[in-house]
Ligand binder design. Structure first.
Ligand SMILES: Nc1ncnc2c1ncn2[C@@H]1O[C@H](COP(=O)(O)OP(=O)(O)OP(=O)(O)O)[C@@H](O)[C@H]1O
Length: 456
């Protein structure tokens, strides 16, 4: 990327290192459910200071993007406050610009025009817009592509346009929502490296960066501070790690590995103790119910595959090594890890994923026996049990998916409901507890599950 020329924009007072640029105070956010507001974020207190890169890390659906959008002033918090330089936001944050995972470019505009769009709202004369866009294009390594249209560009180049469009406004804080997730591994690595060089060189025209990611290594590679959001039953800050390692960071350094391990442990740790914990009330261990036991996106094929791999490693394997062996990110494994844990088939101890006796039996059994073991485990899962019990007490032994959708809608957003029913359908079918006909969207009790399940 080229060095930056003189700035074309009037500078806002440059924040001194350490000055608080963004803050969330006791912030909560709820979205409309079927009949009430459903909390997605609770009790968020966070500061982003000049001179730092903050990564918001957490599993899918824990509210990372929602928090980013609240801080950018794109959506209002339900309660609490989002502040920019000490002032509560009442609309779009004037000190931030956003880079999206999907690039969000306008296909009928050239690179130059897309970048200039970032300045449209500022009412700058055309000549100044063109100069500023030219500088941002240079900075981000897009020179020569000014007149190209997005469809002519590779994913990596399109995302460079996304960066240039955000940086052209010289925002105090650059907000990035999974900016590298849509790119192939090498392109992502290259772009990430260039951005970090630019940040380190002092040529980066922003004072702070907030990046949303579900990739642990990306967070530790880039951030000065990693803030981990947990999702059960809704997003709150579970832990914060400072990353005091010099840049460029060496993935093979022992401290790097130690930090990754520490973050893994928080990310893979169960959130049982706070299940059902409402903001402002003490946490109490709760009985598992469909409302406090959301099902991860994990199919039986993946679960049995993972169990079989663990068996080859004497029932236990370091999670990071396991991901390496499979050519995956640990994050890709987390839904499966969560599911094995929920089903009592495996547990996370330290950095290891270890099969339980039930998990080991499941992984070793022939198909019929593994179905039986899985059925016993699945019946301990509140949503699966709800479906089975409801079917058992319905004379026709069939029920529309809409019935369960309505029940779950009291606790989850419609996207979450759909995802959970997909998982429950997959698990119940494999366990031969019920079948599902996607035409009429109907569950039917299987003969093997006709007897009421044991109480508990
Ligand atoms: N506009 C909306 N209306 C209703 N529900 C929403 C809306 N936006 C997000 N949600 C729900 O809020 C929860 C948090 O979403 P959010 O996108 O903030 O999470 P995330 O951690 O960024 O997830 P991901 O990594 O999958 O993008 C999700 O369950 C999502 O379905």
């Amino acid at each position: 990327m080229a060095q930056r020329a003189t700035r074309a924009l009037p500078a806002t007072a440059r924040a001194a290192d350490g000055e608080v640029l963004l803050a969330a105070r006791n912030l909560t956010k709820s979205y409309a459910g079927a009949d009430k507001q459903l909390p997605v974020l609770a009790d968020i207190d966070l500061e982003v200071r000049a001179g730092e890169i903050v990564a918001l890390l957490g599993k899918s659906g824990c509210g990372k993007s929602t928090l980013l959008r609240c801080l950018a002033g794109l959506i209002p918090p339900t309660s609490g406050t989002a502040l920019y330089r000490g002032e509560p936001l009442t609309g779009a944050n004037p000190g931030t610009a956003m880079v999206f995972q999907t690039f969000a470019l306008l296909p009928w505009l050239t690179v130059q025009q897309n970048v200039e769009l970032g300045l449209e709202a500022r009412g700058l004369p055309a000549a100044e817009r063109a100069t500023a866009a030219g500088q941002a294009i240079d900075l981000i390594g897009l020179d020569g592509f000014e007149t190209a249209y997005p469809k002519e560009l590779s994913g990596g180049m399109r995302q460079r346009v996304g960066f240039a469009r955000a940086l052209v406004t010289e925002p105090d804080v650059l907000m990035m929502d999974e900016p590298f997730s849509a790119l192939d591994v090498l392109t992502a690595e290259n772009l990430r490296g260039e951005l970090m060089e630019l940040w380190e060189s002092g040529e980066f025209p922003t004072r702070a960066v907030v990046i949303v990611t579900h990739n642990i290594e990306e967070a530790v590679l880039m951030a000065d501070r990693v803030v981990i959001l947990g999702a059960r039953p809704f997003g709150s800050i579970r832990a914060t790690f400072d990353v005091p390692l010099p840049r460029p960071r060496d993935r093979n350094a022992p401290q790097f590995g130690a930090l990754i391990d520490a973050v893994y442990q928080v990310m893979t740790g169960r959130e049982k103790d706070t299940a059902g914990h409402l903001p402002g009330r003490p946490a109490t261990p709760a009985r598992r119910t469909p409302a406090n036991t959301p099902l991860p996106r994990a199919g039986v094929d993946g679960l049995s595959g993972l169990a079989e791999i663990l068996i080859q490693h004497d029932n236990r394997r370091d999670l990071a090594d396991l991901a390496d062996e499979l050519g995956l990110e640990v994050d890709d494994l987390l839904p499966l890890v969560d599911a094995l844990d929920l089903l009592g088939l495996a547990m996370v101890t330290g950095n290891d994923l270890a099969l339980t006796a039930r998990g080991s039996a499941f992984g070793r059994a022939d198909v019929q026996r593994s179905k039986q073991i899985f059925a016993t485990a699945a019946l301990e899962i509140p949503l699966v049990r709800l479906i089975v019990t409801s079917l058992q007490i319905t004379p026709a032994r069939t029920l529309r998916a809409g019935f369960f959708r309505d029940l779950l809608a009291h606790h989850y957003t419609s996207e979450q409901v759909t995802r959970q029913l997909e998982t429950a359908t997959d698990w119940g079918r494999y366990a031969e507890l019920y079948s599902y006909d996607a035409g009429p969207e109907e569950y039917r009790l299987d003969a093997t599950a006709a007897a009421p399940p044991p109480a508990g």
